[in-house]
Design a protein around this ligand. Structure first.
Ligand code: HAM
Length: 438
């Protein structure tokens, strides 16, 4: 029976009382992305497994340990998406978006699935906001994408989030780095975990983000990729720094960042919380992946993007005491006594909603006292009580629930105009009060 009333481990319910917080963050993200010229793409929550193993990489933790993979009834191997980039690239190729004017710029909010050990800020089902840009190889494009991510944190009021950047080079310069890494890790062969042992020959860079305690300790002193990048990659990285400096975006170069996915080339970056309650939480990350489009069958196309965990961002906002404005508060609750008043209330709420006010009336058949208690509980800004007298006289009293003020309102064709005025004056009062307290 417990299975029926308990959600699977690592998932979370976002209850009606909290959903406004997610909507607030998601709206800011999509709107800001739009200001940078990104438009939303929606791709399926599941794709062919091969798409992820080819793009994210066979040797990554995500593919080796964390994917939700199953055979569908037709015997095809299907995977719930562990991240947003692969699906975006697949859709770009399938619909020939590269034939449109470049760069192609897309944003998304998607549910992702990774079979990880759940802990604070880490879920098995989580929401990612991301952007992808195709067709731009310049460092200016890297700066543009980083600038967008930084703007999102700023717009949400988040501080103490540091930007860390690195360059992991191109396939050309990486060969030398792989050699150095192999040499280093071979000295610790007897201590590495089994997965890392299998990575040693094929993809030694993946050992750097192994979550096992011993491997990560060994990895601490491994050679840094930044010391091995070629002149072109170096120039690209220097140019990026120039762009970031030009708009005073602060960053630190962290030569340890390699990212957990195989598709990255050149620039990689992460936004890490420095706040004491969420110290070290990686709120977002991304970078360039100039080889991925070709890997998936397209023409060579430079590309880049980032992904942010919305749940992690909410955690960071809560730990910094950032209040998210509640936009779904009931503007007016219409209480009624008797059948005729209930019908009248039903009609008035319709009228109010047509003018975009949040309006409610009693649908349970409660007495007046219970209705008022409910109005109080939901935080209604105004209440209006309707009975036979009010309907006969076409006048009622409207109560400002915050101040207790009672005003008369006409229940005729002037109702909406009068309500607009009463509502606007109360809002104005509130805004002015907040303003003068600052
Ligand atoms: P990622 O670093 O694997 O990159 O994930 C991006 C963000 O998703 C992380 O920084 C983190 O905030 C959030 N995240 C990851 N795993 C979890 C989890 N288990 N629970 C909660 N949040 C999580 C990517 O996925 C790339 N596709 C980003 C990208 C886009 N690179 C280029 N374009």
């Amino acid at each position: 029976m417990q299975l029926l009333t308990k959600a699977p481990r690592g998932t979370q319910d976002i209850l009606p009382k909290d959903s406004y917080k997610w909507q607030f963050i998601e709206n800011i993200m999509l709107n800001q992305a739009e200001l940078f010229g990104f438009s939303e793409i929606r791709t399926p929550v599941f794709e062919h497994t091969e798409l992820f193993s080819r793009s994210v990489g066979e040797d990554t933790d995500v593919v080796q340990k964390e994917m939700y993979t199953f055979n569908d009834k037709g015997g095809r191997s299907i995977t719930l998406r562990p991240e947003g980039t692969a699906g975006a690239v697949r859709a770009m190729l399938e619909h020939g978006l590269y034939n449109e004017s470049l760069p192609v710029k897309m944003s998304y909010i998607t549910l992702c699935y990774r079979y990880e050990k759940p802990q604070s800020g880490r879920w098995r089902e989580f929401t990612q906001f991301g952007v992808e840009m195709f067709g731009a190889s310049s460092a200016a494009a890297d700066a543009e994408v980083i600038c967008l991510a930084k703007t999102l944190f700023d717009r949400l009021g988040l501080s103490n989030i540091s930007l860390e950047i690195n360059s992991i080079g191109c396939p050309k310069c990486r060969a030398k780095y792989y050699e150095a890494l192999k040499k280093y890790f071979e000295g610790y062969k007897s201590e590495l975990c089994e997965t890392c042992l299998s990575r040693l020959d094929r993809n030694p860079m993946r050992i750097l983000d192994c979550k096992s305690l011993i491997c990560s300790k060994i990895a601490e002193n491994a050679p840094a990729v930044l010391d091995f990048i070629c002149a072109d990659c170096k120039e690209h990285f220097e140019k990026l720094k120039e762009y970031l400096d030009a708009v005073s975006i602060e960053y630190t170069v962290n030569p340890k960042i390699v990212r957990g996915l195989d598709y990255y080339t050149r620039t990689v970056f992460e936004f890490v919380s420095k706040d004491k309650n969420t110290l070290g939480l990686v709120c977002g990350g991304g970078g360039r992946y100039d080889g991925l489009v070709e890997e998936l069958g397209g023409k060579p196309t430079p590309a880049l993007g980032f992904g942010l965990g919305i749940g992690r961002i909410l955690l960071a906002m809560e730990s910094q005491g950032i209040e998210i404005p509640k936009t779904n508060v009931c503007d007016v609750y219409i209480a009624s006594i008797g059948d005729a008043a209930s019908l009248f209330a039903f009609n008035l709420t319709r009228l109010l909603r047509e003018s975009s006010f949040i309006a409610e009336y009693d649908t349970i058949g409660r007495g007046l006292k219970a209705q008022m208690k409910y109005a109080d509980k939901i935080g209604a800004k105004f209440t209006l009580v309707l009975g036979d007298d009010e309907i006969a006289s076409k006048k009622a009293k409207i109560k400002n629930m915050k101040t207790g003020d009672l005003l008369e309102i006409n229940l005729d064709k002037n109702f909406l105009t009068e309500f607009f005025k009463i509502h606007a004056e109360a809002e104005n009062e509130k805004i002015f009060k907040n303003f003068s307290q600052k």
